[in-house]
Write a protein that binds this ligand. Structure first.
Ligand SMILES: Cc1ncc(COP(=O)(O)O)c(C=O)c1O
Length: 302
């Protein structure tokens, strides 16, 4: 992996005259390893390749629509490394061929291994088992969050991001916000929009960064992977108005809650706010197709 020599656009979103709102299109960094995934993998892969293992392999964890699984499969294909994805939910094994994320990962050469939700919960134990069987493998945690991933997030910040008052990101495992908090300028405030109702997120972020310059907001709505009509209407109209596509699991929920905070006057007048588009568009078409098929106003992703 290289530091791409592309100029990531920062686009103005003329949402409200009260504040200056911008989105950094980190999703454009790579067609398949998009947004924060690129940076979370960057130093992990660099360090692993330098180890020059005899039988290299990438193993990681995720749900049926995981952006991280999609990114690791594409990366393994590009680097010529075997990959294995440990997928949450045995029932998904019957559905994977219709699931765009998993069928693409399979076509990229990833071996899919489906485990029950109970087994999946104890990822430490699963990891230990895989480490014993494949001692040369790089085992990446769910969402790719570890100290090297946090270090990679530094590259989402540059000269242009320095004079924003607020830096915003969706939060899953917390690695991205930990990186933004670590490398933010003095006085910049980081806001993380949690899409997972996990009481340990703040502690986990603090374990990666010594700085308490971040605030977490609850943006999970009806829950992780729960997509309502209201949210889909929001993402559609956002794309129509501002030309920026959002995914319904991370960036859609972040922007819906961020613009609601602007409406409520949370930010002082004139604030400069930068939201990071962390990618996640790969699963969007499949999710929308599922919604069409079910004709329901709320779907639960497996
Ligand atoms: C599109 C997208 N945005 C945000 C996140 C949240 O990142 P983190 O797990 O580092 O909190 C993820 C998960 O990696 C993601 O796929």
């Amino acid at each position: 992996m290289k530091i791409p020599h592309i100029h990531i656009p920062i686009v103005r979103i003329p949402y409200s005259p009260q504040v200056e709102l911008y989105i950094k299109r980190e999703d454009l960094i790579h067609p398949e390893i998009s947004g924060n995934k690129y940076w979370k993998l960057f130093y992990n892969i660099q360090a692993y390749i330098a180890e020059n293992k005899a039988t290299p392999m990438l193993i990681t964890f995720g749900g049926a629509y995981s952006n991280h699984i999609a990114a690791v499969a594409a990366l393994g294909r590009d680097l010529g490394l075997p990959t294995a994805g440990i997928i949450r939910g045995e029932e998904v094994a019957d559905l994977w061929a219709d699931n765009p994320t998993l069928s693409k990962a399979h076509n990229d050469g990833m071996e899919l291994c489906f485990v029950s939700r109970t087994e999946y919960r104890d990822k430490e134990k699963l990891s230990r088992g895989f480490a014993e069987r494949f001692p040369d493998a790089l085992i990446l945690p769910e969402g790719g969050t570890n100290p090297l991933a946090v270090k990679g997030i530094r590259h989402m910040l540059d000269r242009r991001t320095k004079d924003f008052d607020y830096l915003c990101s969706a939060v899953g495992t917390g690695g991205t916000v930990a990186g933004l908090a670590t490398y933010a300028e003095e006085g910049q405030k980081v806001i993380g929009f949690k899409v997972v109702n996990d009481p340990d997120t703040e502690t986990r972020i603090l374990s990666f960064t010594g700085r308490k310059n971040f605030t977490l907001k609850e943006a999970w709505g009806r829950g992780y992977g729960k997509i309502t009509d209201e949210l889909l209407r929001y993402t559609e109209s956002f794309e129509e108005q501002y030309g920026v596509p959002l995914d319904p699991i991370y960036t859609g929920k972040m922007m819906m809650h961020l613009t609601a905070l602007i409406d409520r006057g949370y930010f002082p007048v004139g604030s400069r706010i930068l939201a990071f588009h962390t990618g996640g568009l790969q699963g969007k078409a499949g999710i929308e197709a599922m919604l069409q098929k079910k004709k329901k106003s709320l779907i639960n992703l497996p």
